[in-house]
Design a protein. Structure first.
Length: 236
């Protein structure tokens, strides 16, 4: 099963998970940290891998003109239902339905690691960006996806049992507060993402490693980064 099909099969579970107030990191700290990365609104923004549309809706409230794109028809249906006046389309990140150099900002919030063709998606983002346009990305940090904590204790060791450098597909089933979700993704080393950006002609101008700022002091999730933020510019 492709990642595209896996996420389509989990779309209804994701709807419940993503929209439960305060349930995941988006609501607790991640959205606000990502919004700090974005340039000011100007022109059209593409939200590639928009899911059920929560970030697109939040960005629209902040003055951005956003078109949400996702390969899952069910996700797009949920996004459109929540925002009838918004622009949401079924589209593959590696084949964007926009002409060259027509977009000012592309975002991929927690989606590149979930794509079968990450390199193709990065190249497509570069193709549609106008000179000076930016790609802003949030990822599961490659350190995070490379290993796991051995237990839930504060001082639990974080252990890598497989090579950090190898491309590896993984699936994680999570149950919390009565909700269930299976996350399907690829682990890729950091150099896989930076190589894709470089080959697409995108220059990284800003990065941030994001820990769980909502966790209590000394929590294990404050010892490693959960997420990686990158902002890259298409040179003129």
């Amino acid at each position: 099963m492709t990642l595209r099909d896996a996420w389509e099969s989990e779309a209804d579970h994701w709807l419940a998970w993503a929209r439960a107030p305060g349930h995941d990191s988006y609501w607790r700290f991640h959205r606000d940290r990502f919004l700090e990365l974005l340039p000011e609104p100007a022109g059209l923004t593409l939200d590639v891998g928009c899911g059920e549309g929560r970030l697109a809706r939040d960005m629209t409230k902040r003055g951005y003109e956003v078109t949400g794109l996702d390969a899952s028809p069910t996700m797009i249906g949920h996004a459109q239902a929540a925002d009838p006046g918004g622009d949401y389309r079924v589209a593959d990140g590696a084949s964007l339905p926009f002409v060259d150099a027509s977009i000012s900002l592309v975002i991929a919030f927690m989606s590149l690691q979930d794509m079968d063709d990450m390199e193709g998606a990065v190249h497509e983002a570069a193709r549609v960006l106008a000179p000076g346009g930016r790609l802003c990305v949030a990822l599961v940090h490659p350190i995070n996806s490379a290993g796991r904590f051995e237990s839930r204790t504060l001082d639990a060791p974080f252990v890598l049992r497989e090579s950090y450098f190898h491309l590896r597909r993984y699936s994680i089933e999570v149950e919390r507060d009565g909700l269930r979700m299976t996350f399907n993704s690829y682990h890729r080393p950091l150099q896989a993402y930076t190589a894709a950006l470089a080959s697409a002609g995108l220059l990284v101008e800003r990065s941030a490693e994001v820990a769980d700022s909502s966790a209590p002091p000394g929590d294990r999730w404050q010892r490693i980064p959960l997420f990686l933020h990158l902002r890259a510019i298409r040179a003129g």
